[in-house]
Design a protein around this ligand. Structure first.
Ligand code: SF4
Ligand code: SF4
Length: 194
């Protein structure tokens, strides 16, 4: 990643952590724990059912994020299909295949639900969504840890491509939209956090 991108993302994330600190207890749940996962799901179902109108901006931002990820997906796909088959340390392991709190907010804002999970798998097992031809999930609804992770091999390959600058700009736009979505959600849901 180019240095200026790193600086921007660092600033964005710093702001994000300040905002999200209010939601620390609910946000820091262990996404591999089925009980904690179900509690978050119930909380989100309730808030999206009861405050659907107020959450319209959150949903609009989620739609823009989805469109943004769909937009960068072909470039990423072109890269992963060349680089990943030769990987000796595949990152699609079980511990990376879970949604965190923000991912679940995003899914509910899209009026979607997380797919069926098999909890209790070993962290180092292959991810339950991994198939012989890669991830079985549409990129825009994969856990954010999957979509924000670029190993050195991927980055080295992408940076040589003429499309890289456009991709980098789009990625920053998506990051800004994500932070805006979570800030908006935090503002509306804060009264419900106990
Ligand atoms: S993204 Fe990188 S670490 Fe993950 S499977 Fe592909 S080459 Fe390997
Ligand atoms: S990209 Fe797909 S297969 Fe890989 S860890 Fe994420 S969810 Fe699992």
């Amino acid at each position: 990643m180019k240095p200026e991108s790193c600086i921007l993302l660092t600033k964005l994330l710093k702001r994000h952590f300040i905002v999200m600190n209010h939601h620390h207890s609910i946000k820091e749940f262990d996404c591999r724990d089925p009980n904690a996962h179900n509690q978050i799901i119930n909380y989100l179902k309730e808030i999206f059912r009861n405050q659907n109108y107020q959450l319209k901006k959150v949903s609009d931002l989620a739609q823009k994020i989805k469109k943004g990820v769909d937009g960068i997906s072909p470039f990423l796909q072109q890269t992963t299909q060349i680089i990943c088959p030769h990987c000796k340390d595949v990152c699609c392991i079980s511990k990376h295949g879970y949604y965190n709190y923000e991912d679940l907010v995003y899914l509910y804002a899209l009026n979607m639900k997380p797919p069926h999970y098999e909890f209790g798998r070993e962290d180092t097992e292959p991810c339950q969504y991994l198939s012989g031809s890669g991830c079985t999930m549409e990129r825009s609804v994969r856990p954010s840890g999957c979509n924000w992770y670029f190993c050195d091999s991927l980055l080295d390959h992408m940076e040589m491509k003429p499309e890289y600058d456009k991709f980098d700009d789009s990625l920053q736009d998506i990051a800004s939209l994500w932070l805006a979505m979570m800030e908006e959600f935090a503002g509306i849901s804060s009264s419900q956090i106990r």
